[in-house]
Design a protein around this ligand. Structure first.
Ligand code: GDP
Length: 298
């Protein structure tokens, strides 16, 4: 069992840990498909996507005797096929500053992700400015400053309760004056009052566009993988509030429920730019569909 993973993934749980030498061959029948479906639903893949994955697995294979490894391999390749089209790093543009608006509910990992991204861009030789646009949460602003220090990136702040759009405007001016490559703007994530939040985000966008009609160039939605199917409704909500261009999925280190990524890819087709795999500055990775599919089905 040299290849047995310490954490069995989905299939590992019903089919055993996949010791290749003692594989049990089972016929792929309706009962088996139903078990697989249930498993995928348990992992937050959602009913529609789970059905699609198992239907694809079954195609031309009903009644065939398959080993555990073969079933895992099939499932992994079906999952990877859904994920491949969405695995795209955040596009970079020559425009200076490239404006990256970061949205998401509080606690999803916006601040942390901005810090990690800033650090990656710095390492790639880009100059970055951060704007602490959640002016209503003093703690969020402080936390962003901590991350800015870690990444070696200036963080623009405004007094508590002040207008985030005016901070965004000042940040545009500063980023332009500094010749910064990227400006990342944090935003509030209070969903309790959607109308206010919508107006706040719209105003930020209006103000940014006064400076650069092509901005914001990216609108990243940060989602917490541990919220499972909730992530679906968050995408729907934020698509109404802002022109979401890509996703970052955080906390994939702490969950066996990453299946929601497959549902998201299947349903929305939004690019997944990066995944968060821990709380440290280097814990942000490019999304790799095959690694992900193997870890999920393992
Ligand atoms: P915000 O309210 O959206 O700005 O969220 P924060 O960036 O403050 O993150 C909320 C919590 O999630 C903090 O405790 C972070 O350390 C934690 N966090 C963020 N990203 C990750 C991740 O990828 N993995 C883990 N394990 N924790 C994360």
């Amino acid at each position: 069992a040299a290849e047995a993973s310490p954490k069995p993934g989905l299939l590992g749980r019903i089919l055993g840990r996949g010791e290749a030498k003692t594989v049990v061959r089972r016929a792929l029948d309706d009962e088996m498909l139903e078990q697989l479906e249930e498993l995928l639903i348990t992992a937050d893949m959602g009913v529609d996507t789970a059905l699609r994955v198992t239907a694809n697995m079954a195609e031309g294979r009903m009644g065939k005797r398959l080993s555990t490894q073969e079933i895992k391999g099939l499932m992994a390749s079906e999952v990877a096929a859904i994920m491949e089209p969405v695995a795209k790093p955040m596009p970079l543009y020559p425009k200076k500053p490239q404006v990256v608006l970061v949205v998401g509910v509080n606690g999803s990992g916006k601040t942390t992700t901005i810090g990690k991204l800033a650090s990656q861009f710095r390492a790639a030789g880009k100059s970055v400015v951060i704007a602490a646009g959640d002016t209503f949460r003093a703690a969020a602003v402080e936390q962003l400053q901590v991350w800015g220090d870690r990444a070696g990136v200036p963080v623009l702040t405004a007094p508590e309760g002040s207008d985030p759009a005016s901070l965004a405007f000042d940040a545009m001016s500063k980023a332009e004056a500094d010749g910064a490559d990227l400006l990342m703007i944090d935003t509030a994530g209070r969903l309790q009052n959607r109308a206010d939040l919508m107006e706040e985000l719209a105003k930020i966008v209006r103000v940014i566009r006064k400076k650069d009609p092509s901005a914001p160039h990216n609108t990243l939605l940060v989602l917490d993988a541990t919220t499972g199917q909730n992530a679906i409704s968050q995408v729907e909500t934020f698509q109404k509030l802002a022109d979401v261009s890509g996703l970052v999925m955080t906390k994939l280190d702490g969950t066996a429920r990453g299946g929601v990524l497959v549902a998201l890819a299947d349903k929305f087709g939004l690019p997944i730019h990066a995944i968060g795999v821990g709380e440290q500055i280097d814990d942000l990775q490019a999304f790799d569909p095959e690694d992900f599919a193997r870890a999920l089905t393992g």
